[in-house]
Design a protein around this ligand. Structure first.
Ligand code: CAA
Length: 240
């Protein structure tokens, strides 16, 4: 039987590539999104993948949505925690709102989405939790104290939860992308982005498919001995 996957933030950017890659590999995929209706509709029209609108930072809404997804598709075997936002700005000028929004969406969401599926994965003796982190959680990034803190938190979450799932066939891993050619990265001011790209040894931004392929690798049934890892994919920008 086909395995069931939920990709949060699965209709755009890296998440869109992950949803499509999983579909191509025979998974039944659900993609969540927070607000961009137009893009979600275009995504479903193109792929046939069902989308579910909820805010991963809202615990009650997320629990209800996961229940809804599981009752329409079946128990989730593969969870890709991909949804994330940036609110960049230097720390001395950072508002509490910009701090809270990033921690809520990028870190609290890991509890909100994973908690409702984890017990079921353990009971069934199989599960894959794949958390999309960032180079900036590993290296730190000026202008991103909030984002770097959340993404570093994601690594601790991954390592601790991996230990809880290990004996039950549930693996928990992270992928730490570098600068990938998504809208999120293209939003960085041109001259600043050029400076960043000049520091990438491979000499270019990454492609979304380069992250999606690694998700397929970690999600596979025969990847059961990989757990608690953070796989770095950043063109050599930071060697971890
Ligand atoms: N790398 C190198 N230099 C940087 C930099 C960076 N990431 N961020 C800022 N700087 C430099 C600027 O080039 C500028 O240098 P000069 O004075 O020599 O021109 C200096 O720091 C001050 O920056 P700004 O003039 O831009 O200051 P600002 O207050 O107008 O804006 C900022 C500050 C919002 C942080 C802006 O600089 C910025 O957006 N920086 C990029 C932050 C970043 O890397 N975000 C990643 C987004 S993509 C993502 O998050 C995905 C992922 O996981 C990788």
């Amino acid at each position: 039987m086909a395995r069931i996957a939920l990709v949060t933030g699965g209709t755009r950017g890296i998440g869109e590539a992950i949803s499509k890659a999983l579909l191509g590999r025979g998974y039944v995929v659900a993609a969540s999104y927070a607000g961009n209706e137009e893009k979600a509709k275009a995504f479903t029209d193109e792929t046939g993948i069902g989308t579910f609108k909820f805010d991963v930072g809202d615990y009650d809404a997320t629990v209800a949505a996961v229940k809804d997804i599981e009752s329409s598709l079946g128990p989730i075997d593969v969870l890709v925690n991909n949804a994330g936002i940036t609110r960049d700005g230097f720390f001395h000028k950072m508002s509490k709102e910009a701090w809270d929004a990033v921690i809520r969406t990028n870190l609290d969401s890991l509890f909100n989405v994973t908690q409702p599926v984890f017990a079921g994965m353990r009971e069934r003796g199989f599960g894959r939790v794949i958390n999309i982190g960032s180079i900036n959680g590993q290296a730190g990034q000026m202008g991103q104290v909030n984002y770097s803190a959340a993404k570093a938190g994601l690594v601790g979450f991954t390592k601790a939860l991996a230990q809880e799932g290990a004996a039950k066939g549930v693996t928990v891993n992270a992928i730490a992308p570098g600068y990938i050619g998504t809208e999120m990265v293209q939003a960085v001011r041109e001259d600043v982005l050029a400076k960043i790209v000049s520091r990438i040894p491979v000499g270019r931004l990454g492609e979304v498919q380069e992250i999606a392929r690694t998700v397929l690798y970690l999600a596979a049934d025969d990847a059961g001995f990989i757990t608690g890892s953070t796989i770095t994919i950043n063109g050599g920008q930071y060697m971890h």
